[in-house]
Design a protein around this ligand. Structure first.
Ligand SMILES: [Zn+2]
Length: 243
């Protein structure tokens, strides 16, 4: 399956899951629409959210933290439990610098067809890892690949986790070039945006070789360029979900 086909399938799945989750959980929107994962933040004009998935990683996460620190910006890091276990000191740094840590499963499996019991184990194990590194019990969950299956939505509801998707995807994971990531973020960002980035990778090497699949140097470099532009434009940054 191509990445494009996968993305199209994912969009269809998200719609189907939203309906299925509403049936399971009884959730419904104000206008009778079923609720799916959050795609936007609602925190007033010129407010948006930056999110970083698949970390922590030894090289790129600290670089990204340095940029966020420089501009006084708080972000959300959806961490993989197995990577927290590998790099607890980096996870502690993220927590210590005041960022929100969300749950992104333990091993980043494909959730389609995964029984609810396994989904629950993936999530609970990661919740425990996050609290072990000093983070508060997570309230936010992002499904691997954005595959919010009905089982996933049910388990999230049971565990008090808010499912969070995104509205701006620069596809930084595919390493399209720093210029492309900058252009895609700046071209799509607006009030309420949730921007998807990746500071790590499943089974990342300690120091991924430049250009290797887990190399996130472009993501870190792009942030150094687009964040000051967004700050200058007057954007403020929040985290998804209720305060
Ligand atoms: Zn991911």
């Amino acid at each position: 399956m191509t990445d494009r086909q996968d993305r199209i399938g994912r969009r269809r799945l998200l719609g189907a899951c939203a309906a299925a989750a509403a049936a399971v959980c009884g959730a419904s929107g104000a206008a009778g629409e079923p609720e799916g994962p959050d795609r936007l933040v609602e925190a007033g004009p010129m407010t948006m959210a930056l999110t970083f998935d698949d970390g922590p990683s030894l090289v790129s996460t600290p670089e990204i933290l340095a940029t966020l620190r420089r501009y006084g910006v708080t972000a959300t890091f959806f961490m993989i439990g197995a990577n927290i276990e590998k790099y607890p000191q980096v996870a502690r740094q993220v927590v210590g610098e005041g960022h929100r840590v969300g749950n992104h499963s333990w091993s980043h499996p494909a959730f389609e067809g995964l029984p609810a019991a396994q989904v629950r184990t993936e999530i609970e194990r990661t919740n425990a890892a996050i609290t072990r590194v000093g983070g508060r019990r997570p309230t936010l969950f992002r499904a691997p690949g954005g595959h919010f299956t009905p089982a996933c939505m049910t388990v999230c509801a049971e565990l008090g986790l808010r499912p969070v998707s995104w509205s701006v995807d620069p596809e930084d994971w595919s390493r399209p070039g720093t210029d492309a990531i900058v252009d895609r973020v700046l071209g799509a960002a607006r009030t309420g945006s949730i921007v998807l980035n990746h500071d790590g990778c499943l089974s990342a090497d300690h120091a991924p070789a430049p250009g290797s699949p887990c190399d996130r140097a472009q993501t870190a470099a792009a942030l150094r360029r687009y964040l000051p532009r967004l700050v200058e434009a007057g954007y403020r940054f929040t985290v998804p979900g209720p305060p």
